[in-house]
Design a protein. Structure first.
Length: 414
């Protein structure tokens, strides 16, 4: 049985932090392998890249999510007790709760709310000397997802809740005071969500029975008991926070329009191009660098031994740009998605595998629909100028957005 190739050095934590989107694929390329072993945070870790490893990661039940993510991520980005850390029947049952929110009608309803809120902003944008798109999008998405979810959001709290939800994904991977800011935001946001759950269960707050807030508040575990109130709070935030995080993809899409101006014209001419455009943004632009799991039981794959309990990291971005799957993988070519050479294991910007069975994010449909809504607005509803600004996107940033957030000037209706 061959040994898994070893990365150079005793521990790869610093190298991974310095190059979160490229370290795994570059190391695999140097080792001429789809996997290698190293240490991350002083723990033995196996790193994977490519569609073949993504398939084994998701498809055969060899991995568990329990205890896989570092505590610093659980206490900021994910929360504790949520669906991301579950496996088996418990995971499938909890996942069904989220799948009930993802019907075409529900997604279209969220899309309609975002479209309305966008149109309401045009007059203010027209009178503003400049607009920072990233800031505006996060605010609009916060208001939209709260309205859609049945979560009360008074006007006086919009800025506060937007900042809290943003900190959960924008500061989760940082160190120092920004990380502690994210922890504080998590605590305050969970306290807010706990009160919503209690109010729903005790009848002080009314919500549509098809809304996310109501479904989560009333969801019962396999044992027939309501979710613990803190777990239900975490799951409400698992609807709100990822939707606001779509702002990253939306601003990246705006960047792609600036970098590829012919595509703006193509989107004006035929809205069917929206789908392939946003899919190429999701493939090529960086967002989630990797996902983590632990080996559930000893198993072998292609002659390599995976010992029980070992942490495993799957490289999402490297798989999305794997040259064995994608021709010219570093080029922005949306037309590749007309006859897309992708499946649930080689195009995995938000996880892979099947939605119901695996840990593929059901919010992927929301991400796509919101990106299409905002891109259509940018090319067909308004005109604007892009002044001199910092448009570069650093691959070291988590998440990576243009430095100045895409500044718009001279906004007007088309």
């Amino acid at each position: 049985m061959p040994d898994i190739p070893q990365a150079k050095g005793f521990d790869s934590t610093l190298a991974l932090l310095q190059d979160p989107y490229g370290y795994i694929s570059k190391t695999c390329h140097a080792l001429r392998s789809d996997l290698f072993e190293t240490r991350v945070l002083m723990q033995r870790t196996i790193c994977l890249t490519g569609p073949a490893t993504a398939r084994v990661f998701y498809e055969h039940g060899n991995f568990t999510r329990e205890g896989a993510m570092p505590k610093r991520i659980q206490k900021t980005l994910l929360g504790q007790g949520g669906v991301q850390g579950l496996d088996g029947k418990t995971h499938r049952h909890r996942k069904q709760m989220f799948m009930e929110l993802m019907g075409e009608g529900r997604i279209a309803a969220l899309q309609a709310i975002s479209s309305r809120l966008l149109k309401e902003q045009v007059a203010r944008w027209e009178n503003a000397p400049e607009v920072v798109l990233y800031d505006e999008v996060r605010t609009i998405l916060t208001k939209a997802v709260c309205e859609w979810s049945g979560v009360p959001l008074p006007d006086a709290e919009v800025a506060l809740r937007t900042a809290q939800l943003t900190a959960l994904f924008q500061d989760a991977g940082t160190v120092g005071w920004r990380h502690w800011r994210a922890r504080a935001a998590r605590a305050r946001a969970e306290h807010w969500a706990v009160e919503i759950i209690r109010d729903l269960r005790e009848g002080r707050l009314l919500a549509d029975r098809n809304s996310a807030a109501y479904i989560i508040a009333m969801w019962r575990n396999l044992d027939g008991e309501l979710l613990p109130v803190k777990v239900a709070a975490v799951e409400i935030l698992n609807v709100l926070r990822p939707t606001v995080a779509v702002s990253v993809f939306i601003v990246q899409a705006a960047h792609a329009l600036q970098q590829n101006p012919t595509w703006a014209q193509r989107l004006r001419q035929d809205d069917e191009n929206l789908e392939i455009f946003v899919q190429e943004v999701r493939r090529l632009y960086r967002f989630f660098p990797l996902v983590a799991a632990r080996v559930k039981q000893d198993f072998e794959w292609q002659g390599y031994r995976f010992p029980k309990g070992t942490r495993v990291l799957l490289d999402l971005y490297g798989t999305n740009t794997d040259p064995r799957t994608w021709k010219a993988p570093d080029a922005f070519l949306p037309d590749r998605f007309r006859a897309a050479p992708h499946d649930p294991f080689n195009f995995i910007p938000q996880g892979g595998g099947a939605y119901h069975e695996n840990h593929r994010c059901p919010g992927e449909w929301i991400a796509i629909s919101q990106m299409k809504t905002f891109c259509d607005f940018l090319v067909n509803t308004i005109t604007y100028d892009l002044p001199q600004q910092a448009l570069e996107i650093s691959p070291q940033d988590l998440p990576p957005v243009p430095k100045d957030g895409i500044v718009l000037r001279n906004v007007s209706r088309s």
